[in-house]
Design a protein around this ligand. Structure first.
Ligand code: TXA
Ligand code: MG
Length: 335
C-alpha cells in the first residue's frame, strides 16, 4: 500500500503523476482509496466485476449491501440509468456535485455485484476536486463504499484509511481531512416522491423544499431489518456510546464516576465541559456542519484513547441534526 499526498505545500509528487498512477491501477482492477467531500471512498472500476469483488473482500462487506457508483457529471449518471426520472433530474441539477446519492433503475452495463442484485443503482457526483480529477483521469465510473472495514467508523482522513485497511488497498490518495464529514444522503429517486433512505447533511427538508414532497424511509441495506446473527451495529466505534439529554448532565456525571470506580475508561462528547478530569472529553461544536466534520475523527480518537464508554450529549432534535443523530444511533448510542 502506498500513500500519496495531493495538494498543499507538502505534496509528494506532481499531482498529474499521482492521478495517472491511480487511474492505471483502477483500469487494472486494483483498489484506490480517495477523498470525497463526505468520507474517504475505497474505489474500484465499477464495470469490472472482479475489481468490485475485491472491494467486498477488502472490507469484509456482506454481499447484500450495494455500492455507490461515482461519476463525473449528470450525463455520465444518465448513461448508467435505465430510467432517469424528473425527481432524479431536479435533485442532480440542484445538489451535484455534492453529498447526495440518487438511487435509480440501472442499465445492464452495471454489474449485479455493484447493486447486490437489485435493479437499481446508487449514483453520485462528488464535489471533492481529488475525487473528480480521479474519475476524469480514469475515464471510468468508480464504485466506492466508505474506505473502512465493514461496520467500523468511516474514515475522514488518509490516516484513518491506512489504520483500518492497511495493505488491503493498493494506493491511498491523501487529500487532507474531508469537509462534510459524514456519508451522503441516499435518496430513492425512482418515483415521483423522493424517499430518503439514509439521512445526510442535505436534509429531507432541503429536498422537500425543492421537490414539494419527500419522505423518510429507513430502507437502505445498512439499515435493513436485522436477522439474529447478522452484524447489528454500523458506523460503530469500539466504545459503547450512551446518549444523555442536556437536562440530565448530573446523571451523566454520576455514570462517569461509577464507570471510573469500576476501572473503565470514560470519554465524552459534550457541548460544554462536564468538569471531570478523568474523562477523555471532546467539547463538540454547536454548529451542525462543524459537528459533522469532526464527528468521525472524534470517535476514532476516543477509540485510540481506549475508552470503554462514551457519554454523548444529545444534539437538538432539529432537521439539521437528523443525520448526526442517525449516525450516533447507528454507532450503537442508546438513550
Ligand atoms: O458519502 C458517501 O456516500 C460515501 C462516499 C465514499 O461516497 N460512500 C458510502 O458508501 O457511504 P457506503 O457503501 O458505505 O454506503 C452506501 C449506502 C449503503 O447504505 C447502501 O445500502 C446504500 O448506500 N445504497 C447503495 N446503492 C443502493 C441501492 N441501489 N438501493 C438502496 N440503497 C443503496
Ligand atoms: Mg460505509
Amino acid at each position: 500500500m502506498r500513500v500519496v499526498r495531493i495538494g498543499g505545500a507538502d505534496a509528494d509528487t506532481d499531482p498529474r503523476e499521482a492521478f495517472e498512477e491511480a487511474a492505471e491501477l483502477l483500469r487494472a482492477g486494483r483498489l484506490v482509496a480517495f477523498p470525497t467531500e463526505t468520507v474517504y471512498g475505497l474505489g474500484a472500476h465499477a464495470l469490472d466485476e472482479r475489481a468490485v469483488q475485491r472491494i467486498y473482500e477488502a472490507k469484509g462487506r456482506p454481499s447484500i449491501n450495494p455500492i455507490i457508483v461515482h461519476v463525473a457529471d449528470r450525463d455520465a449518471a444518465r448513461a448508467l440509468s435505465a430510467d432517469w426520472t424528473p425527481t432524479a433530474d431536479v435533485l442532480a441539477r440542484t445538489f451535484w456535485p455534492g453529498p447526495i446519492t440518487l438511487v435509480v433503475r440501472k442499465r445492464d452495463v452495471v454489474p449485479d455485484i455493484v447493486t447486490a442484485g437489485r435493479d437499481t443503482v446508487g449514483l453520485r457526483v462528488p464535489s471533492h476536486p481529488v475525487a473528480l480529477a480521479l474519475i476524469q483521469r480514469a475515464g471510468l465510473p468508480i464504485a466506492a463504499p466508505s474506505a473502512n472495514l465493514s461496520t467500523q467508523v468511516s474514515p475522514t482522513t488518509a490516516e484513518h484509511v491506512v489504520r483500518g485497511l492497511g495493505d488491503r488497498v493498493d494506493l491511498v490518495l491523501d487529500g487532507g481531512p474531508t469537509t462534510v464529514g459524514i456519508e451522503s444522503t441516499v435518496v430513492d429517486a425512482t418515483g415521483a416522491v423522493a424517499r430518503v433512505l439514509r439521512p445526510g447533511m442535505i436534509s429531507l427538508e432541503d429536498i422537500a423544499a425543492l421537490t414539494g414532497a419527500a419522505e423518510a424511509a429507513a430502507d437502505d441495506a445498512d439499515a435493513a431489518p436485522r436477522s439474529p446473527g447478522l452484524v447489528g451495529r454500523h458506523y460503530a466505534p469500539r466504545a459503547r456510546l450512551q446518549l444523555f439529554p442536556p437536562e440530565r448532565r448530573w446523571s451523566a456525571v454520576s455514570t462517569a464516576r461509577d464507570e471510573r470506580a469500576q476501572e473503565r475508561r470514560v470519554g465524552a462528547m459534550v457541548f460544554s465541559t462536564l468538569g471531570l478530569d478523568f474523562v477523555t472529553e471532546h467539547v463538540m461544536p454547536s454548529d451542525p456542519g462543524a459537528y459533522a466534520r469532526s464527528l468521525y475523527a472524534t470517535l476514532h480518537a476516543l477509540d485510540e484513547a481506549g475508552c470503554d464508554l462514551v457519554l454523548v450529549e444529545r444534539p437538538p432534535s432539529r432537521p439539521e441534526w437528523t443525520a448526526i443523530i442517525d449516525r450516533l444511533e447507528r454507532g450503537g448510542a442508546t438513550p
